[in-house]
Design a protein around this ligand. Structure first.
Ligand code: KG4
Ligand code: ZN
Length: 347
């Protein structure tokens, strides 16, 4: 007997639905919210309203493009945590209503666990155990995955996430939100060795990115002459702007290279300490071309087997919720209809 799951993701500003049969993704439809662009970040209240508008057509489209009838669905899955509470409520309530109406079981999925599980979508999958570096707008984690339902965080950021480091750096450069993809774009033609930003000395497998942000701030205020705080910064605003405009590619390449080296140095440490040689990337920042290239090169040097999800499964999507739910279904991990979302739940 085959198992078909309808999955819904609504944790932040993407409304997404996916249909999966026996671990194979049949559809993955995503509605992006453009309403936030002019505010320089996601506005929670606007995000939940947009989810309310999007959810019915998004689910409808996902079912249609998978050629799936409601009668064929065996379970409904949804993102329960973490995320913006108003956004999570829309997806949770919709999933609960469908489960009630269809009299089918309900599966709650942790968003960060799902990012890791995106690596199990393609035919070429990592064998267990594997290590995953999950890098998104809100999280930076190193996860040991021993089986589809046995995942453990062994390192994480103590302040900003890697995506925030990209987005906040981009904001300092006057680039619009989300700036991560733009830094990636400008870095492609820049010289990463031109400017040097410090690497934080954090013990163990944890990360820190707040010092980098401060160092970039002072670097720009000094128009590239120094990374340190000065009572009177060397450059006025016009000089700073000109310095950025004249050196944008090199600045982006140098920032990107530092973020990537912070991430990969810790991942290498984790691989050596655990002895695990199957290594994966996950999360929105794994769409970064510098990270993908350096990760693959490091893997060849270290003789790791490396895996990176396809672009559409790196950023927020319901296919990763569906694949996680498929394994939870096999393990009989269901929730009751009185379940509620949680903005900050740990694993
Ligand atoms: O996983 P995700 O889609 O959403 C969260 O769960 O947070 O990640 C979004 C983050 C944003 O910070 C965005 O700037 C970053 O991923 N991002 C990138 C790139 N594409 C997305 N950062 C650097 N380079 C990229 N190409
Ligand atoms: Zn995410």
């Amino acid at each position: 007997m085959s198992t078909t799951i309808l999955a819904i993701e609504s944790s932040c500003d993407e409304t997404s639905a996916s249909v999966c049969t026996d671990g194979k993704i049949l559809s993955n439809f995503i509605a992006n919210q453009t309403v936030h662009e002019k505010y320089g970040g996601v506005v929670p209240e606007l995000a939940s309203r947009a989810h309310m508008q999007n959810i019915v057509p998004v689910v409808h489209t996902a079912l249609q493009s998978a050629n799936c009838q409601l009668a064929n669905i065996d379970a409904i899955a949804f993102t329960q945590s973490p995320g913006l509470i108003g956004s999570l409520l829309v997806g949770t309530q919709f999933a609960k209503s469908m489960a009630l109406a269809l009299n089918k079981p309900l599966i709650a999925v942790h968003h960060m666990q799902a990012h890791v599980m995106a690596n199990l979508i393609p035919d070429k999958r990592p064998a267990f155990p594997f290590l995953c570096l999950t890098v998104s707008g809100g999280h930076t984690q190193i996860v040991v995955c021993k089986s589809p339902t046995d995942l453990k965080v062994i390192g994480e950021t103590i302040d900003d996430a890697a995506g925030e480091a990209f987005d906040k750096s981009a904001k300092l450069l006057g680039l619009p939100y989300p700036g991560g993809p733009l830094i990636d774009k400008y870095a492609a033609t820049g010289n990463a060795l031109r400017f040097t930003f410090p690497e934080p000395q954090i013990p163990g497998l944890n990360f820190s990115f707040s010092g980098l942000k401060t160092s970039i701030l002072y670097f720009l205020k000094n128009a590239g002459t120094s990374n340190v705080y000065k009572e009177a910064f060397l450059a006025d605003e016009a000089t700073q702007k000109k310095f950025i405009a004249d050196n944008l590619e090199d600045i982006c390449a140098s920032i990107q290279q530092r973020i990537v080296s912070i991430l990969l140095n810790k991942l290498k440490k984790a691989a050596i300490e655990t002895g695990i040689t199957n290594l994966c990337l996950a999360g929105g920042v794994s769409a970064n071309s510098g990270l993908r290239k350096s990760f693959t090169e490091l893997g060849e040097k270290m003789k790791w087997k490396t895996f990176i999800p396809a672009f559409q499964y790196c950023t927020d999507n319901a296919a990763m919720i569906a694949i996680t739910a498929y394994y939870k279904y096999q393990a009989g991990q269901f929730v009751e209809l009185n379940t509620i979302p949680n903005a900050r739940a740990e694993w």
